[in-house]
Design a protein around this ligand. Sequence first.
Ligand code: G6P
Length: 607
Amino acid sequence: MCGIVAAASKFNVINILSDGLKHLEYRGYDSAGIAVIQDQKINRYRKEGKVVELTSSLTDNINATIGIAHTRWATHGKPSEENAHPHVAEENIAIVHNGIIENHIEIKNKFFKNTTFTSETDSEILAHLINHFAHKNNTLDSVHLSLQEIKGSYALAVINKKNPGQIIVARNGSPLLIGIGDQTNYIASDAHALIEHTNKFIYLEDGDLATITFENVNIFDKNKNKISREIKKSNLSLKSSSKEGYEHFMIKEIFEQPEAVKATIQDRIINNAVPKEILGPNVEKYFSKFKVVQIIACGTSYHAALVAKHWLERLAGIPCHAEIASEFRYRSHAVQKNTLLICISQSGETADTLSALRKVKNEDHYVGTIAICNVPESSLARECDSTLITHAGPEIGVASTKAFTTQLTAIMLLVIVLGKNFEITKDLEKSLCKQLQGLPEKIKSTLALDAEIAELAKVFSDKEHALFLGRGSHFPIAREGALKLKEVSYIHAEAYPAGELKHGPLAIVDENMPVVAVAPNNVVLEKLKSNLEEVKARGGKLYIFADKKAGFKNDDISQVFEIDAPMNPVAPILFTIPLQLLAYHCAIIKGTNVDMPRNLAKSVTVE
Ligand code: G6P
């Protein structure tokens, strides 16, 4: 959460900073700010709200070869100009920070009892602390001394007007990378912000500090010993970070799903089989040892985890637990021997998921760790034994769409591989491979429902509440549909396993409560039909997304949308698509900010 971009150049950096902020806006959009050193002074520009509020207020007379910038997702202190970064101390030091300084009050009491702070943030303390040490030390030492005092997480960039050519950066727990250019070097929270300038990146590790000028980059470990880090070439393209004619990233990303799923299975299915080598060389560490799987994830990725649990148990006979990472990390577990840990995360930087991984990965009962992740250079991908990359490409819309369906695709590949030592037979492997290969075309035909769902949204978008129902591996899909609707259209939505309806939720069903049902043609179809009759009997209006062969018909109360999802395990992937479209079209009618819904951010790098 929060995005940082900075640059040291021979030339004016203002456009690099403004454009970089636009690319990072998905990380937070409560306020934005820039600080540059110009004419030996720190000049600061800040605005509450979206990046455009800031950039449209900037005048042409900014000409600076060094600068830092920030887009904020508020944690400590409300969204306001005063709380916007950069924060400054005595007009000497300016900082931008992503993370949380947990002991900011203690530091304030220890060093700054009589200092006036101008914001409610935890971050401002860093500017004062660095300035305090900078009276007697150079900037690198001042940052280093300050970091000894603080507890918490940070990606930090600092400028000091006394060293007008240098930026100091530090990372612990929040992502930060350095972009290497020609007569310009860059810093950013992720590569999107810089890809139009360079494709050469150094990914900093926790504990790293670095000094950056337009011609040099020096990296130090936490004891200030000089170290070297590899420069990696990124395959990101500018194209993947643009809307390419679509009105919003969300709809672009929904329509990219056939290609994204295709890319995720590409080269991983060979002769109707999935080789275990897709998990890399470390697969041997755990492959023949694990007996049970524990999955952790947050948000949409947790819904993928719930589907994974169904598939692992039903198809492969592998016992599996799935838990929300923020819950998992703070409770004690009765861990079974030979547990394999799987972490699912689009970004690979979600603080709760990373902390949960770090908490348990070295415990005796865990035999290995696998990441299912969309960002190969992320902390999660680096820290797990094996990584199965989802090739969704960059996902910019805050509400996750193609990341989810590619996670499910990767999970199915993983189920096939892990199940080889359990109950996945050659025949089942072949059948699952064929189903995966058929998915891109089936997703395309499901996307053809777009116009019909846009019509449905016209009667749906004025509702205040909605109930989503599903059973089995489609209950997580109902949850995901409800989450999408909440996130982008702000309609309150809840998901229930359809069989639970009679234990409470039925009480809120009336003619004003739309009920959305996910109805595949599977073993619980008849049970689901009975549950839906209970809704009809109470006057509830039903919108049923059903397999063509499930036998549902339109009537006064029910409207049926047919999905070509044969009775097979990959059906949850197909049933996800219309629910994404429903959320999108409701949001459009309601006029919300679809790609940047209020109060949310895409990458949650704080607890
Ligand atoms: C945020 C995003 C969600 C995402 C969740 C987990 O809440 O808005 O879309 O599902 O984080 O993120 P991850 O990157 O770990 O999948």
